[in-house]
Design a protein around this ligand. Structure first.
Ligand code: HAM
Length: 441
């Protein structure tokens, strides 16, 4: 009886060899720009103490309420569907609280209080899988810690936009807003609550409950009935205190100076609790309902909340899968990556196989890309494979070569063949300058 074939878990994705073109371009571009903007790489563990996210990401966020993959500590229990067991570990749903945890744990602020950090890696959220939304996905993110300069808010937005531009995207749009600070947030919340409470009956069911728990989440609702009501509300920036209003004006002025186009969206809020002042999202026209490539903003209170000194911060995370989808939409499929060997060694007799293996290793150590047959195919089939792979040079090794300590070189395009001493091979191949160092693209 055939064995049952086990499939991948829902919401996870395999990236097969042929699909790496856009991934590599995105990762290489992001790293290059992160470093050009002065960000140093940080890598934190894939799982953390659950309390970090409950506290940091926020207890009333969708992420903490519904989407975390947590393993409770032995001996603690949760009722299914009820609140998260806070004692235990959780697969990180986002990178911001871990970076701040690490910054504090290693006293990075004592070396130098202002730090610019970046990270690239997988995140985990139990979301309903759909186009561009996965349960394991990847983020490319930055966190600038220790400055409240509005120029820094602008710099992070420009950095994200630069990455998208450099990977070739032109169809993305930047939206910005300000959510105020601890000073102005209460008035903002009160006014919003009062306005929405007047139309309670018209709100979607979930949003009636959200109104009580976290009124800002109603602004982010996916329910069309609620969206229509939100559209009528005044922008939340109407309630900013003078300091927050001035900060917001300076962010906008810096973006304008840099020539970055943006739109103000007075109802833009983010699904995480820590934001203060500037929030922003970059969306792409081709992605439909889940169109956000990148989200971020300022979070001036998180470091203190996680036990550190007051330390203003700003950052963003770009979703790799969403960005790749946008790249596929605008630029087409990535070019097939080809692992083209520069040299293919063809084995003409079983007794020459080990010599072929040695040859391939020697060429690789000399910096050339070389390969051979591992399937015991006939010399004719090996030549066909070399042709199919597009190797410009074949080396032929049979009993004659083995005995004479020679190698036969065959230049495929010129259809020329000649012999050289084994000891002269590398020098001879280098003289051919046929791009034998091709590492594949
Ligand atoms: P976020 O908006 O939750 O922000 O996520 C940022 C981006 O990650 C989203 O715009 C989206 O492209 C991608 N993303 C999120 N969830 C999924 C998913 N389930 N599947 C695929 N892609 C997804 C944050 O995570 C904040 N930590 C950003 C930040 C950094 N704010 C300040 N610093």
């Amino acid at each position: 009886m055939a064995q049952e074939q086990i499939k991948s878990v829902q919401g996870t994705e395999d990236v097969l060899p042929g699909r790496w073109g856009h991934w590599r371009a995105l990762y290489a571009t992001a790293r290059r720009l992160f470093e050009r903007y002065g960000y140093g790489e940080i890598r934190t563990p894939i799982f953390e103490d659950t309390r970090l996210f409950v506290k940091g990401t926020g207890e009333t966020t969708e992420i903490v309420e519904k989407q975390m993959y947590s393993i409770p500590r032995a001996g603690t229990t949760t009722t299914p569907g009820a609140e998260v067991a806070v004692e235990g570990i959780t697969l990180r749903p986002e990178g911001t609280p871990p970076v701040i945890r690490s910054y504090l744990e290693h006293n990075l602020h004592k070396q130098r209080s202002f730090q610019k950090l970046y990270y690239i890696g997988p995140m985990f959220r139990r979301e309903r899988p759909q186009r561009g939304r996965l349960r394991q996905f990847h983020q490319l993110g930055v966190e600038a810690i220790g400055s409240d300069s509005p120029l820094l808010d602008a710099e992070t937005i420009i950095l994200a936009a630069d990455i998208l531009r450099e990977v070739g995207l032109s169809g993305s749009k930047t939206f910005i807003n300000s959510m105020g600070c601890a000073e102005c947030r209460p008035a903002m919340r009160r006014r919003l609550h009062a306005a929405l409470a007047q139309r309670l009956g018209e709100l979607g069911e979930d949003d009636r409950e959200r109104l009580q728990r976290n009124v800002f989440r109603v602004l982010d609702s996916k329910d069309e009935r609620s969206q229509a009501i939100v559209a009528d509300l005044p922008p939340i920036t109407a309630d900013l205190c003078p300091a927050c209003a001035a900060h917001y004006d300076q962010v906008k002025a810096a973006l304008a100076t840099a020539g970055l186009e943006f739109e103000e969206d007075g109802h833009l809020v983010r699904g995480l609790d820590y934001y203060t002042r500037t929030v922003y999202e970059i969306k792409h026209e081709s992605l439909g309902a889940r169109d956000t490539l990148c989200g971020g903003g300022r979070y001036d209170d998180l470091v203190k909340l996680l036990g550190g000194p007051p330390m203003p911060c700003v950052g963003f995370a770009m979703g790799a899968e969403a960005t790749i989808l946008a790249m596929e939409g605008e630029l087409g499929a990535a070019p097939e990556s080809s692992m083209r060997p520069g040299v293919y060694v063809v084995c003409f007799a079983e007794e020459a196989r080990r010599a072929c293996f040695e040859l391939v290793q020697e060429l690789r150590r000399a910096g050339m890309s070389a390969d051979m047959d591992f399937e015991g195919r006939s010399p004719k089939a090996q030549m066909r494979a070399a042709n199919r792979l597009g190797a410009p040079i074949c080396l032929l090794m049979g009993p004659d070569e083995l005995n004479a300590n020679k190698v036969t070189i065959k230049a495929m395009a010129a259809k020329k063949q000649w012999s050289v001493d084994r000891s002269e091979l590398v020098r001879e191949l280098e003289a051919q300058s046929l791009g034998l160092r091709g590492e594949g693209t």
